[in-house]
Design a protein around this ligand. Structure first.
Ligand SMILES: [Zn+2]
Length: 235
């Protein structure tokens, strides 16, 4: 039943187009460096540490864009199974319900079906990372003063995608044979946000690890449960 990752993470299934760094810019070099340290198969915990002499904002910018691309791809692979019928409310199990709020249509926190919430979330992040005033691409243009605040909000929202995928759609991820990829991406994300202190502990609660050494041994999720795997295969 398992399909090669290359097919699973087919670019046609990408939920949103990838945001790229311009070759030749300092951020492109930093992105390449961050990727190289990951590809060498290493300790993710060490790979997320700010390299000496690098600017914290640059390091965060590179990771935010990279996580957006990766998480977007992960949700893209399961989005056909995340519908208004399966997920009438954006949640992370019975205990956590996420309500959408923005400065446009939803001025008050509003309960929405998960696919609609995900669309708004990805659109909103896309607008932020393509905004030159927030993520400047020209050399010498500084980041805004509230840059880290905006990144915290982006990462907090991206974390909710993991929560929803792990709690409601991990059976599908397993059927696709993509669990190792999703777990690695999540570990990388978790180490980064905790190392840089970018998401409140309280927000991380739905995927609280049983041991800090292994962030994917969740207290609240039992995705290794055979029943959900059987349901996934037979549905
Ligand atoms: Zn869903």
């Amino acid at each position: 039943m398992s399909i090669a990752l290359k097919q699973v993470f087919n670019k046609d299934k990408t939920f949103r187009p990838k945001r790229k760094f311009e070759p030749g810019t300092q951020r492109f070099e930093l992105h390449k460096r961050a990727q190289a340290s990951l590809n060498s198969g290493v300790d993710l915990k060490a790979a997320v540490q700010l390299p000496s002499g690098e600017d914290q904002n640059d390091w965060v910018a590179v990771h935010v864009v990279d996580f957006f691309n990766r998480i977007n791809l992960i949700y893209g692979t399961i989005c056909e199974f995340c519908t208004e019928r399966t997920c009438p409310v954006m949640s992370g199990g019975p205990k956590y319900e996420y309500r959408w709020q923005d400065d446009l249509k939803y001025k008050k926190p509003t309960a929405l079906p998960a696919p609609q919430y995900m669309n708004l979330l990805m659109d909103w992040i896309e607008v932020q990372i393509n905004n030159e005033d927030i993520f400047p691409t020209c050399v010498g243009v500084p980041f805004p003063k509230n840059f880290l605040q905006i990144c915290k909000k982006i990462l907090c929202r991206l974390f909710r995608v993991f929560v929803h995928v792990y709690i409601h759609h991990f059976d599908r991820v397993i059927v696709m044979g993509a669990e190792a990829h999703v777990n690695t991406c999540y570990k990388h994300f978790y180490y980064f946000v905790t190392e840089m202190n970018l998401i409140d502990r309280k927000e991380l609660e739905p995927l609280r690890p049983e041991t800090p050494e292994d962030p994917i041994t969740f207290c609240n999720v039992s995705y290794f449960n055979v029943d959900s795997l059987v349901t996934a295969i037979s549905s």
